[in-house]
Design a protein around this ligand. Structure first.
Ligand code: CU
Length: 505
C-alpha cells in the first residue's frame, strides 16, 4: 500500500522550492543577515485511517533560539527519511502555528495569535522587505495539526518548517517594522471551521460562493463570522489564502460605512491554479499570495470580509475551508487607500506543481462494474469493519459476484464498527461505476452526474471533540428511503479506496 515519491522527484521538488527560485524585488530573499532555519517535530505516529486534529506545544528546540523577526515560512510534511508522502497516501490537511503568548483582534478562536499555516497547497508565507513577524523566544507556540491517513497503514511522519529569520541583534533588524497577523475565515471562531458545497448549487456559472450563495443565511442573526471590523487604522502588507480541493478563490473585500453608498472594494484575491488535468478537483494546486509590493491602507471602522468560491460543476465538496491570513501594521497609514485609488487584488504563485500530487488515479478499473453484478440478498444493514463495507464492498465483489438489494421505499442502514475514535468513515455517492483506481482526483463525490443521479453523504461516522473535529459524533446513517430503482455506488471520503454499492429494486 505504501508508496514513496522517488528520491529524484523529491529533490527536484526541493529545488523548485528553493528560495532563490522565487527571489524577487520587494522580498527579503537574498538579503545579507537573513538566516535560513529548518525545524521539524518529533516523529508523529499516524494511526490507521486517522483524520483527527491535535494541539501540541512546540518545544524550545523547535523554535528560533533568540528574539527576532520571521520573514518567510514554508511548512511541509515528510516521512522520517525526509521524503514527502504522496498525497493520496498521507495528506497534510493543515498545520497552524499559533503564538499562545500573543493576541490578535482577529483570531481563529479565543485570543491566540496565528503566525502561519500550511495546508496541502503548501503556500510559502512571505512578509515583504521592511516588515517581519516579531518573535520572542519566551513565546509559547502551539501547533494545531490535522494529518489525514488515506490508508489503513500505520506510519510515522514529521511536520517540518523552514523559516527565514532576522535576529533582533542583526544590523538589518533596525529596518524591520513588525506586523500583526489577522485571521480571516468564513467560519471564524469555530474549532473546525467548515462548510459544504453541493454539486450543482450556486450560480449559473457553476460556482458556489460561501456565505453569499448559501440558501439560508449561515450566520442567522448572529455573528457574521466572515467579517472583521478594524479596531484602528492600519496598512496591510501581505496576504495568503487557504482552500480545499474544488476551491477556486478566497476574496477579501473592504466596506467603509458611509462611503460610496456602502459598496465594498475587492482588495485581495487568493486564486487557485490547478495542475490537475481534470481541473479543480484535487490537491494538485497552488494558491496565489500577495505580491511583494502590494499594500492596502484601511481605517478604523472599515469592515473586512472574506468570501470563498468553489467549483460546483464536477462534484460536491464536503467540509471545506475559506481562510486568509493578513499581515498588517497597526496605526500605519502609508498604504494606498482602496476608496481613493484602485488596488490590484491579484497575487502570485509561490511555488509550482509538486511531485507528491502526481498520482491522480481514475485511469483504469480496479474493481468490477457493480451495475453488471447479479442481484444478491436483500439487506437492511451494512457493517463497516476493517475498512470494508459488508455487504456490498466492491473489493469483495469478485468472490460473490452479487450486490445487496434494497426494496424500493426502504432505507439501508450503515454502522461503523471500526475504532470509533480514530477510524471515521463516510458513505458518499460517486457516479457509477465508481470502480477505478484511487488517486487524488478519484473518486469524486459526483453522484449527481448521469441520469437519475443523487447525492448523499453520511458525514464522518465516529466520535471526536464536539465542535473541534470532523467526526459526526454518531456511528450510524441511513440512505434516503425515496431512491429510484437502480444501482448506487458510494465511497468513503476519508479512505477513498473504500467503495461500495447496493441496488434498489
Ligand atoms: Cu473510511
Amino acid at each position: 500500500m505504501s508508496r514513496v515519491v522517488p528520491l529524484a522527484a523529491a529533490l527536484l521538488a526541493l529545488l523548485v522550492l528553493a528560495p532563490s527560485a522565487f527571489a524577487e524585488a520587494g522580498l527579503w530573499d537574498g538579503t545579507k543577515g537573513v538566516q535560513h532555519l529548518h525545524f521539524a517535530t518529533a516523529p508523529i505516529v499516524v494511526k490507521p485511517g486517522q483524520n483527527s486534529i491535535d494541539n501540541v506545544v512546540i518545544p524550545a528546540a523547535q523554535k528560533p533560539k533568540v528574539d527576532g523577526y520571521i520573514v518567510r515560512a514554508r511548512p511541509d510534511l515528510t516521512y522520517l527519511d525526509g521524503t514527502v508522502p504522496p498525497v493520496d497516501v498521507i495528506h497534510l490537511h493543515h498545520g497552524v502555528w499559533l503564538n499562545a503568548s500573543g493576541s490578535s483582534p482577529a483570531s481563529p478562536a479565543g485570543s491566540v495569535q496565528p503566525i502561519f499555516f500550511g495546508g496541502e497547497e503548501k503556500t510559502v508565507f512571505r512578509i515583504p522587505k521592511g516588515y517581519g513577524y516579531a518573535y520572542k523566544k519566551s513565546d509559547m507556540w502551539i501547533l494545531n495539526e490535522m494529518i489525514h491517513n488515506n490508508t489503513p497503514n500505520r506510519t510515522k511522519v514529521r511536520l517540518v518548517w523552514d523559516l527565514d529569520f532576522i535576529p533582533k541583534t542583526a544590523p538589518i533588524a533596525k529596518q524591520v517594522t513588525p506586523v500583526l497577523p489577522l485571521w480571516m475565515d468564513v467560519r471564524r471562531g469555530w474549532g473546525y471551521p467548515v462548510f459544504d458545497v453541493a454539486q450543482r448549487s450556486g450560480g449559473a456559472d457553476g460556482q458556489f460562493t460561501f456565505p453569499d450563495e448559501e440558501p439560508t443565511n449561515p450566520y442567522g442573526d448572529g455573528n457574521r463570522q466572515n467579517e472583521f471590523s478594524m479596531p484602528y487604522d492600519a496598512t496591510i502588507v501581505a496576504a495568503v489564502g487557504h482552500l480545499h480541493p474544488g476551491g477556486l478563490r478566497d476574496d477579501i473585500d473592504v466596506a467603509r460605512p458611509g462611503v460610496a453608498g456602502g459598496a465594498s472594494k475587492l482588495i485581495f484575491r487568493s486564486e487557485a491554479k490547478y495542475y490537475d488535468p481534470a481541473g479543480p478537483v484535487s490537491w494538485d494546486v497552488s494558491l496565489t499570495a500577495s505580491k511583494p509590493k502590494w499594500r492596502v491602507a484601511v481605517k478604523a471602522g472599515d469592515v473586512l470580509a472574506i468570501h470563498a468560491t468553489y467549483d460546483a460543476r464536477q462534484s460536491s465538496w464536503y467540509e471545506n475551508m475559506g481562510i486568509v491570513l493578513l499581515f498588517a501594521v497597526p496605526h500605519q497609514t502609508t498604504g494606498p487607500d482602496p476608496f481613493a485609488t484602485t488596488v490590484d487584488p491579484r497575487g502570485e504563485l509561490t511555488h509550482g506543481h509538486l511531485a507528491e500530487n502526481d498520482h491522480h488515479g481514475g485511469k483504469t478499473a480496479v474493481y468490477p462494474d457493480p451495475r453488471k453484478a447479479k442481484a444478491g440478498a436483500a439487506a437492511t444493514e451494512v457493517k463497516i469493519k476493517d475498512f470494508q463495507f459488508v455487504p456490498g464492498d466492491l473489493g469483495l465483489l469478485y468472490d460473490k459476484d452479487q450486490i445487496p438489494t434494497v426494496p424500493q421505499g426502504q432505507s439501508l442502514a450503515f454502522v461503523n464498527q471500526d475504532d470509533p475514535n480514530v477510524e471515521w468513515h463516510s458513505i458518499t455517492t460517486c457516479r457509477a461505476p465508481c470502480n477505478r483506481q484511487t488517486g487524488i482526483s478519484y473518486p469524486l463525490a459526483n453522484g449527481l452526474g448521469g441520469r437519475g443521479g443523487v447525492q448523499f453523504d453520511s458525514g464522518q461516522l465516529g466520535f471526536g471533540p464536539a465542535g473541534a473535529s470532523p467526526a459526526a459524533n454518531r456511528l450510524t446513517w441511513e440512505t434516503p428511503s425515496d431512491l429510484q430503482q437502480g444501482t448506487y455506488t458510494y465511497f468513503c471520503r476519508i479512505h477513498p479506496f473504500m467503495r461500495g454499492a447496493f441496488r434498489v429494486q
